[in-house]
Design a binder for this molecule. Structure first.
Ligand code: FES
Length: 118
């Protein structure tokens, strides 16, 4: 079991306990992405392309980076992620994460835009 803690806009939004071995996408016969797990649990975060190219689904990993495969579904196209950031639409949780693993992810609801003009 993995304990998934979700923070949105600096507030605790959800806590899930999941078994990564059983989180499978039945249509595509692959592991579920972290984004799939969140949406299946009615946790509303930003997303766009579902393919690792738009960066809408970006999250900052505050804890448990070692239990995440950041390109578990396929390699990312968007290359602007910083250290400790993942694209949740292509990231998966490692099957071998220990029973007491905690993954804490922080999302921003509003997309941040670059400052204009200065
Ligand atoms: S939804 Fe576009 S990169 Fe994840």
């Amino acid at each position: 079991m993995v304990h998934l803690h979700i923070i949105i806009d600096d507030k605790e939004a959800a806590k899930l306990t999941i078994d990564p071995k059983t989180e499978l996408n039945k249509v595509f016969k692959t592991k579920k992405s972290i984004l799939d797990i969140l949406l299946d649990n009615n946790i509303q975060v930003n997303f766009g392309c579902f393919g690792g190219s738009c960066s809408s689904c970006i999250a900052t990993v505050q804890q448990g980076q070692e239990y995440i495969n950041p390109e578990g579904l396929h390699p990312k196209v968007y290359t602007g992620t910083k250290e400790h950031q993942i694209l949740t639409c292509i990231s998966t949780i490692e099957d071998e994460a220990p029973e007491d693993a905690i993954i804490e992810l922080a999302f921003m609801k509003k997309m941040r835009t670059a400052k204009q003009g200065t």
